[in-house]
Design a protein around this ligand. Structure first.
Ligand code: IUR
Length: 461
């Protein structure tokens, strides 16, 4: 056996633009997981990868090594083909997971959804769910299995044991300016999904001013990388490119987003949210074989939202994850006022009024998210608390005419709105003298694996 290359030799090799062998990548990831690699060495390797990139085979090897750094989930053989999940690269007002996981369970899927917390301007699914009194995001793999047996879906946090190498690398990427690296993003997202032992995965890769990917081209590149590596890991993978200029739906902020997800789960809610839930879910049902085509899958998802079965699965999931049954019942079947009372409301609710008259061309998501973040809806550092009651409701839609002084945004907060923030919010409302032209579609493109099987393709679970 050849002598193991030292970490400096591996860093040098990548630094000089050479490709790393699979064993070399494994040895780097082992050193990261075992804690024998120094932070400086890990940072240097991350920067070498960020600057030199990785070939497809290297990215696959990195993903596999990171997935193998911890425990993998195990499921009964009878669930073969039914295990599905989705991942979003993050958006403003993105509450899709809250509605999608139970809707998929209602369609016969098994959904072991592992979600994240918000960091930066985008909210996290776990923070949103924790706006519900009693909801517990920490569930062991054994508890996940039991919930999936009874309910069909769970939404949980990443346990210490799952892809621990990603935890180390992700933490250091933030402080070494190496977050925006295609192979590192691909390996980070897919290592956790590979450890979930999924049958099918759909990725919502957002693009636009409030997204990780600023342009449609960069989103397409990331989506292609994710789909190609996902498939080679044996997971049937698809991605959509969706626009993220404006908030998704009408509500932003944890408690308000839970309320909006409940509307969607009951067959109502804003059309853009329902469109994304049914599009992503339809692709998943098709890719795992529960539907013959994506359109058929979309129809099944829509029926689960309309006939109460998705809402029923959500109520069961809440009960299984620590919410007292009476609370879960009231939240899912109560009036909007009863729901608001259960989740609690901020002490201040104020309406912003249109500074002039005109036609609504759009509302920019990024400044809105920044102001809500300042008001306590987001966190500056991992581990900081968030205020679930802080949020905003859009009172207008694109194409609507507003007269000067008419309310366009209802802000929920517990005090501290600075004048500069108020001005930033007013500037986020874009008004024009004419009605806007037709809006571009929310989903710009669907990315599927290329038809040709790639060499080295593995068996599917
Ligand atoms: N989410 C992840 O899980 N990993 C990443 O690298 C990014 C988002 I960026």
């Amino acid at each position: 056996m050849a002598a193991q290359a030292s970490l400096p030799a591996l860093i040098r090799k990548k630094r000089d633009g050479e490709q790393l062998e699979e064993e070399e990548i494994q040895s780097f990831v082992r050193a990261v997981t075992a804690g024998t690699a120094q932070e400086g060495q890990i940072g240097a390797m991350l920067m070498a990868i960020r600057l030199r990139g990785m070939a497809a085979g290297e990215t696959l090897a990195l993903t596999r090594a990171m997935a193998a750094s911890g425990r993998a989930l195990a499921w009964p053989p009878a669930w073969r083909g039914l295990l599905v999940d989705k991942h979003s690269t993050g958006g403003v007002g993105d509450k899709v997971s809250l509605a999608l996981a139970p809707a998929l369970a209602a369609c016969g899927g098994k959904v072991p959804m592992i979600s994240g917390r918000g960091l930066g301007h985008t909210g996290g699914t776990l923070d949103k769910l924790e706006a519900i009194p009693g909801f517990r995001v920490a569930q062991s793999p054994e508890e996940m299995l039991s919930i999936l047996e009874r309910v069909g879906c769970c939404i949980v946090g990443q346990s210490e044991e799952l892809a621990p190498a990603d935890r180390v690398l992700y933490g250091l990427r933030d402080v070494t300016a190496t977050v925006d690296s295609l192979p590192l993003v691909t390996a980070s997202i897919l290592s956790k999904k590979a450890a979930e032992r999924l049958s099918a995965l759909v990725l919502d890769v957002k693009f636009g001013s409030a997204a990780l990917c600023p342009t449609e081209e960069s989103a397409r590149e990331l989506a292609r990388s994710l789909v190609a590596v996902g498939e080679r890991l044996g997971v049937r993978t698809a991605a959509v490119l969706s626009r993220m200029e404006q908030p998704l739906g009408r509500c932003v902020g944890s408690a308000l987003e839970v309320l909006e997800a409940l509307e969607c789960l009951g067959g109502g809610g804003p059309p853009d949210l329902r469109e994304l839930v049914t599009t992503l879910g339809g692709l998943l049902l098709w890719r795992c074989g529960l539907a013959g085509a994506a359109e058929q899958g979309q129809g099944r998802l829509a029926r689960a939202l309309d006939d109460g079965s998705a809402l029923g699965a959500f109520e069961a999931m809440l009960g299984a994850q620590g919410v007292p049954p009476a609370t879960a019942r009231r939240l899912c079947t109560g009036t909007p006022a009863q729901r608001r009372q259960l989740l609690g409301q901020a002490s201040v609710r104020e309406e912003l009024r249109a500074p002039g008259g005109g036609w609504v061309q759009g509302v920019q998501a990024l400044p809105l998210a920044h102001v809500l973040h300042e008001l306590g809806a987001g966190r500056a550092r991992a581990g900081d608390p968030v205020n679930p009651r802080v949020g905003a409701e859009l009172l207008v839609a694109v194409g609507q005419h507003l007269r000067e002084g008419e309310p366009w945004l209802r802000l929920h907060h517990d005090g501290g709105l600075a004048e500069a923030s108020r001005q930033a919010l007013q500037a986020a409302l874009r008004l024009g003298p004419h009605p806007p032209g037709p809006s571009p579609p929310l989903v710009a493109e669907t990315i599927l694996p290329s038809a040709e099987p790639e060499p080295g393709r593995c068996e599917r679970p």
